[in-house]
Structure formats: structure tokens, C-alpha cells
Design a protein around this ligand. Structure first.
Ligand SMILES: Nc1ncnc2c1ncn2[C@@H]1O[C@H](COP(=O)(O)OP(=O)(O)O)[C@@H](O)[C@H]1O
Ligand SMILES: [Mg+2]
Length: 461
């Protein structure tokens, strides 16, 4: 039953969580808060015969051995030390055992922590012997270069073997690691799967450096500390406002890149939602529109830090517990921020080129840098709802009197191409969208010249 309810990828992520807990145990009091995990690594390998994870994350202290190898947790006092830098996520005392038995029947756990260097073998019959619960422990033969742990699993379950030998599994696992551990990897942890390093997924927002003379192209920022949980939230633009051609494209041909739009939710450095665009993060609720491609430049991040029991995560630690009051309160602030940028894209609709001129030159910042830079902004107290401090950017507004209107229509592709060859210079060099726009603009100019003879000011582009 223990292993049935967990997906293989999640079981493996539990082992990585243990590595991170190991680092936090080892971390000196004085460390760089931006790269606390730097220098630490975990290497995962698997094939049809075995699974192995090796790390240099400090090893399993002898004082933890009973808790580590016992089934179930005798004390249920979780190891969270008050005031520590990042509380650990392990609280239930089953992660490692569950992962091992999810994968196979035989295992060897070899770990070195300071002067303790020991091995615990699990023989393949152990699981089925109802009356024998003891596990042997022996002194290891060799010493490791650095304190760490190596877990090897053999006699694989047939379902696990099938997954391990399927071509897609490595990518599936990397994908999960790259999103769930995006922050931890950004902060220095290195993870490898069958020799391929995991690349963290990007968390980027456009952020004009405070004090520069560019317009306030900056995210809405909210921060607070409530019931012992620290909250930091930023939502803004990750790209220039998409122009309407790209939007039409997205609606008609589904080619648009929404991949990095939406909300990322982080709890104690674990990413529990990555680029979410549904009701969980406020889209389509409380009078806000549902996500669609007009909003593909909008991206947000919200981070919770504190005692793991107080955070809005599910017991698997990798899902969002939407119903938690703390999340519901923060969600109101997420909606406030979202509303600002939904308005922004509405206001610049049909004037995307002008918007681009504002947004384009402002570069994006990674989440860590953004958090540091946000300290320099002028915050105001929020007294309604969830108390805290917020920064509202003064985003540029379009001049109200722009004379332009948009024209859009459909014509058969072959005809458009044939016309482009006649009227658009260097048509081979243009991207499809630019080509179509030019066909439209040039045929308008042509018709206008013909009928209203020269009174029209030709526009470039
Ligand atoms: N690779 C590792 N490095 C350091 N400590 C580890 C490692 N694997 C397991 N541990 C420790 O062994 C104990 C048991 O792990 P686990 O079964 O996952 O339960 P939990 O993490 O929920 O306490 C924990 O204290 C955990 O931190
Ligand atoms: Mg654990």
C-alpha cells in the first residue's frame, strides 16, 4: 500500500529531498543565502537492472539511523530547528523506504557522516518475511572522499523496470526535477540523470533597475510575514506585450509560446506549481478573465517560507494545498497584481508596437536578483485583507488619442504567398507573420493611392 500511492518520479524526488535535507543539516551557520546549495550534487543513474543515487550531501548521521531505517516514525517530532535557514521538508519518516520498495526488492545503503561510515543491506527476501523486521548494519569497507550517501536498488519491480528501460523516462524525470528543483538548482545544487545535468526552468521578470530613467516596467510586489510564514510575491511582464498577429496566430493555429506565462508557487525552495494558468492561481476567478494568449507576457511568482507544517503544500510536499487559509489570503494579493497587468495588456491592445518600445529595452531578471533589487523599491503598507507591504509600478499608458485602428482578415494562404512575391521586396527573408502584415499594409496603401491619390502618408514597416 505504501508504494502504490506514489508515482515513480515522486518516489525518486523524495530521495532528492533527502539530499537537500542533508545539505541543510550540514550547512554552516554562515553561508551565502543566495547559493546555499553550491558545491553539493546528486547523481542518479538507472537501467533495466538497477537504480542508484549518489550524493555528497553530508551523509546520514548515526543519530538518525534508527529513524531512517525504521518503518514509520516513532517520534513524529520533525527535525525542524527553529530559526534555521530553510526548514527541511522531510517530516513523515517514510520517504527513503518507500522509494526503495517502490523500485525493487534488494538494496544497499552506504553512507558516511563524519567518523560514521556504515552500510545497511536489504536482502531480496526481507520484505516478504513477516516475522523478521531487523535490518543489519555493518562498518563500510572503504571511506568516501566526501561525506555522502549511495543508495543502490536491484531486483527491480517489473513495472519499474519497464519505466527505466523506456526511452522517455529519463526526460520525464528531468522535466520534473527541472521544475520542482528550479530554485534549488539556481541556488547551486547540481543534479544529474544518467549523465545529463538538470537545467533549472527559468523564472524571469522584466524589471527596470530602480533609479534608472526608463519607465516603471516593474512587477507588482507584495511581501509580508504572517503567522511565522514569510511571503514574497511578484507579478509582471516577462516579454514585450505580444502583438496582435501573434495573438491571432495563437488562437487560430496554436503555435504561440505560452510555456513561461503564468504563476510559479514556491514553498521552502520547492516549486509546487510552475507557470500555472488556471483557477488555482486566480485566472478566471473573482471577475478576472481566464488565461488566454493576450496575457502570455504575464508571469508571476509567489514564495512561502517557514515551518513546513504551516505552508500550503499537500502531504506529498510537491502539490499545492489550495484550501489553506494562508494561500487563500495571498491569492487575493495575487489577483491584485494580476489585475494590474491584465489592464496593462488591455490598454495597449492594438498598439503593441508602442508598448514594445517601452517594454523591449527593459531586461528581465532572475528571481533571486529580482528579490534583491525589490528591496530598493518604495513599499506602502496594505491595511485591507492580508496586511503587508506592496509596491505598485506606475506603468506607462498609451496616449489616448492614437488614430490607428486594426484591420485583420483571412485569405487563402496560396493567394497571399503569390501576392507577396509580387509586392513585398525581399519576401524570402521575412518571417511568416511579418510577410502577412506587409501584404496587408502594402495592399491597403496600394488601394488608397489608387482611390485617394497621394493624400495618404505612407508608413514604414
Ligand atoms: N541522502 C541522504 N543524505 C542525508 N540524509 C539522508 C539521506 N537520505 C535519508 N536521509 C535522512 O534519513 C532520514 C530518513 O529519511 P526518510 O525516510 O526520507 O524520512 P524523512 O525525510 O521524512 O525524515 C531523514 O533524517 C533523512 O534526512
Ligand atoms: Mg525524506
Amino acid at each position: 500500500m505504501l508504494t502504490r500511492d506514489i508515482a515513480l518520479e515522486d518516489a525518486i524526488l523524495d530521495l532528492l529531498d533527502n539530499c537537500v535535507d542533508g545539505i541543510l543539516r550540514t550547512l554552516p551557520k554562515r553561508h551565502d543565502p543566495e547559493t546555499p546549495y553550491s558545491g553539493y550534487w546528486a547523481k542518479i543513474s538507472f537501467d533495466g537492472q538497477h537504480f542508484r543515487i549518489q550524493d555528497n550531501c553530508g551523509g546520514i548521521p548515526w543519530s538518525e539511523h534508527d529513524r531512517t531505517f525504521r518503518m514509520g516514525n516513532p517520534s513524529l517530532n520533525n527535525g525542524h530547528q527553529a530559526g534555521g535557514p530553510t526548514p527541511k521538508v522531510g517530516t513523515y519518516g517514510i520517504g527513503m523506504k518507500r522509494a526503495i520498495f517502490k523500485m525493487g526488492r534488494e538494496a544497499l545503503i552506504w553512507t558516511q557522516n563524519g567518523r560514521h561510515n556504515y552500510e545497511v543491506p536489504i536482502a531480496s527476501g526481507w520484505m516478504t518475511k513477516e516475522d523478521k523486521w531487523d535490518l543489519p548494519v555493518r562498518k563500510a569497507q572503504q571511506s568516501m572522499d566526501q561525506d555522502g550517501t549511495i543508495i543502490t536498488v536491484r531486483v527491480l519491480e517489473s513495472g519499474t523496470r519497464d519505466r527505466f528501460t523506456a526511452e522517455s523516462f529519463k526526460d520525464d524525470l528531468l522535466e520534473k526535477i527541472q521544475s520542482h528543483y528550479a530554485v534549488i538548482i539556481h541556488k547551486g545544487f547540481a543534479v544529474e540523470v544518467n549523465g545529463t545535468p538538470a537545467k533549472p526552468k527559468p523564472i524571469l521578470l522584466r524589471f527596470a533597475a530602480p533609479g534608472s530613467d526608463s519607465p516603471d516596467i516593474r512587477p507588482y510586489v507584495f511581501k509580508t510575514k504572517t503567522d511565522g510564514v514569510e511571503v514574497f510575491l511578484a507579478v509582471g511582464l516577462r516579454d514585450p506585450v505580444p502583438d496582435a498577429e501573434r495573438m491571432l496566430e495563437g488562437q487560430t493555429e496554436n503555435t504561440i509560446g505560452s510555456d513561461y506565462a503564468g504563476w510559479t508557487v514556491i514553498c521552502n525552495d520547492r516549486v509546487v506549481l510552475y507557470c500555472n494558468r488556471d483557477e488555482l492561481t486566480g485566472w478566471g476567478t473573482a471577475k478576472l478573465p481566464r488565461y488566454h494568449t493576450q496575457f502570455l507576457a504575464i508571469s508571476g511568482v509567489v514564495e512561502f517560507r517557514g515551518d513546513p507544517r504551516l505552508l500550503p503544500t499537500t502531504t506529498t510536499k510537491r502539490g499545492l494545498d489550495f484550501s489553506r487559509p494562508i494561500y487563500q489570503k495571498v491569492l487575493d494579493r495575487m489577483r491584485d497584481g494580476l489585475r494590474i497587468f491584465i489592464d496593462f495588456t488591455n490598454r495597449w491592445k492594438a498598439r503593441e508596437n508602442e508598448a514594445k518600445a517601452h517594454v523591449g529595452p527593459v531586461s528581465s531578471m532572475s528571481y533571486a536578483t529580482l528579490k534583491r533589487e525589490a528591496d530598493k523599491l518604495q513599499f506602502a503598507r496594505v491595511k485591507v485583507g492580508l496586511e503587508g507591504e506592496q509596491y505598485k509600478p506606475k506603468l506607462p499608458r498609451p496616449a489616448e488619442d492614437s488614430p490607428d485602428v486594426r484591420i485583420s482578415y483571412f485569405r487563402e494562404r496560396a493567394l497571399v504567398t503569390a501576392l507577396a512575391e509580387k509586392i513585398v521586396p525581399d519576401f524570402e527573408d521575412l518571417a511568416d507573420l511579418d510577410l502577412r502584415r506587409q501584404v496587408g499594409e502594402r495592399s491597403f496603401d496600394f488601394a488608397y493611392d489608387h482611390h485617394l491619390n497621394g493624400t495618404h502618408k505612407k508608413r514604414s514597416g
